[in-house]
Write a protein that binds this ligand. Structure first.
Ligand SMILES: Nc1ncnc2c1ncn2[C@@H]1O[C@H](COP(=O)(O)OP(=O)(O)OP(=O)(O)O)[C@@H](O)[C@H]1O
Length: 285
């Protein structure tokens, strides 16, 4: 039986700017069950990373707050591991050492053999044991991202926070990693919050998709439960009407309900002004 364990209540944040306070988020409310896979989707700049950073404890909310298993989140902690778009591995350490470094604190004082087994176990989860002695520069982008995920998992976090984890990868590598993440999630049952811009990725991976409104003062617009049986097979789902219905709902939210009106750039504005001035002169002539 799943129990609610992560709660964002009335979360709001103001950033100081030279022009005064900028309200990025307003009244964000979300209840997440243990083991749930949540995707955050919304237009660029709406506040997805800000939500994730508040849950990670890297930013403090101006209003409201986050409770994880009854304790308020006020700072970063090992129970909330973050995977960023750009792996952020230490370039001078091997794949093995990068993962080991993350668990040294939590496994301090444990026998070396136990630490080694744990590091290798986590590299195995992401299929990276074969490259344990390589340096980050010697492996591909997708492999680095796998190691970043292994490093996060090795900390045994209650919540795995992923900020566009596959954003920098080519489509095929991305698909392989999505499959790995689904496998790992099925095996470990961590709670996951993932930011994505990819509608297919959100539908394929999630239990619920949280769709955010445009900023400023962005908030949760709609929440879409994805009731597709697991394990999920991307090929089989391509022709599945329910899958396509979910896809359509997300697209409708993004491109109809939250249509992004791009600001006209300064150059264009100047050009338009010049044009209409010219037009007036012509009219007047
Ligand atoms: N430290 C800061 N100071 C001022 N404004 C900020 C700060 N951090 C974020 N913002 C603003 O808050 C809003 C939300 O930013 P955020 O990075 O969370 O958006 P996002 O949805 O993750 O964007 P993207 O999809 O492009 O990564 C944006 O308007 C951004 O400019």
């Amino acid at each position: 039986m799943m129990s609610k364990h992560l709660e964002l209540t009335q979360v709001g944040i103001d950033f100081p700017t030279p022009k005064g306070a900028f309200t990025a988020l307003q009244e964000v409310n979300l209840r997440i069950n243990k083991g749930e896979f949540i995707s955050l989707i919304g237009h660029s700049g709406c506040g997805k990373s800000t939500v994730l950073n508040i849950v990670a404890g890297l930013l403090n909310a101006t209003r409201g707050g986050v409770i994880l298993d009854g304790a308020e989140v006020t700072q970063p902690g090992p129970e909330r591991a973050v995977v960023f778009q750009n792996h952020s591995l230490l370039p001078w350490l091997s794949v093995y050492k990068n993962v080991e470094l993350a668990v040294k604190q939590t496994l301090r004082g444990k026998p070396k053999k136990q630490i080694r087994e744990w590091v290798m176990h986590n590299l195995e989860l992401v299929h990276m044991t074969h490259a344990s002695d390589k340096l980050p520069a010697e492996i591909s982008g997708g492999m680095k991202q796998r190691v970043g995920i292994a490093r996060a998992l090795a900390m045994e976090p209650k919540v795995l926070l992923m900020d566009e984890p596959f954003g920098a990868l080519d489509a095929l590598t991305r698909a392989h990693l999505q499959d790995s993440v689904m496998e790992i999630h099925a095996q470990l049952g961590n709670t996951v919050i993932m930011i994505t811009h990819d509608v297919d990725e959100a539908v394929l991976l999630s239990d619920r998709i949280v769709m955010m409104t445009n900023g400023p003062a962005a908030t949760v617009g709609e929440v879409l439960p994805i009731e597709l049986a697991r394990p999920r097979d991307r090929l089989a789902l391509a022709d599945n009407p329910t899958y396509n219905h979910y896809r359509h709902q997300v697209l409708t939210f993004l491109y109809e309900k939250q249509k992004k009106i791009e600001p006209v750039n300064a150059k264009q504005t100047a050009a338009n002004k010049a044009c209409s001035a010219k037009g007036k002169k012509i009219d007047a002539a």
